[in-house]
Design a protein around this ligand. Sequence first.
Ligand code: ZN
Length: 310
Amino acid sequence: MDRLELQKLRDLPIEGVAERLGLRVTRHKALCPFHDDRHPSLSFRVSKNTYRCFVCGASGGTIDLVMRHLHVDFKEACRWLADENNIILEEWEPQPSAISLQPSFDACRYERFFERPWLNDEARRFLFDERHLDERVVRWCRLTSWRDRQGVAWLQTPYYDCEGKLVGVQNRNLIKGALPRFRFPQGSVCGIYNLPVLNLLKPGEQLFITEGCSDCWAMLSAGHKAIAIPSATLLTQDVRSKMADGRSNSSLLTLHSSLGITFHMYPDRDAPGERLFLQLKQLLPSLVHHQLPPDCKDFSDYYLARKTAV
Ligand SMILES: [Zn+2]
């Protein structure tokens, strides 16, 4: 693959690429797939062929968008773009220039933060006073906090794979309404959240699927085993990579047949929530729909309402 071919992929109209990935683009805007977006925060600059989310700070061009959205590496993103657009690529030869464009996640640098998690006042207020989460859940999730040079407090959430390897970190700004709301270290893969819980499942148990890590914490605090799958593409990706690895036993899909695990979900009370449920149901046919009460928009709300009613 040469420079010219790479440029061809970079020049594919970004809004078209976004639509191929399943985003709905209206007036150069879309719901951001990288955070739980309710009003379109992702905007496209047609003149520069780039995207940018003003809430979570995600930004880049066509290749970055595919990498992030499908959780694939640079090479795979190029292949996907080429296939989708009937562009024939020369046999891929990894070139140093192309590799350096693909930042890899430096797990060693971040692992130590989660060995002795520490919560500052802002984090304790957010997790315990506002959300009433269970201390044991916060410990299990190894949530920690830090303060940047400007004095801003951040909550740091580690993402692990099934084997407990650190694969990504999400930083959440603890100042209400401040932007960017989220930050991710380079190369972080924040895909399916709380995968290590799969190792604790007993035959016939229920597994709840939530849309993001905060709903997942609420679900865990309510005494359920839970993971978060913010987009259906992630699950497709998970299935595909597990099949390629031959580790199909650990795949979410086989949990149903091998352990009799049943899948459950309280979709958010909005159109994207119901859409996600339907998409996941196609992949996990046994997924059971639970209805939130009318005054709760998501499970965190519901959990809080029950918690504070006592
Ligand atoms: Zn965003």
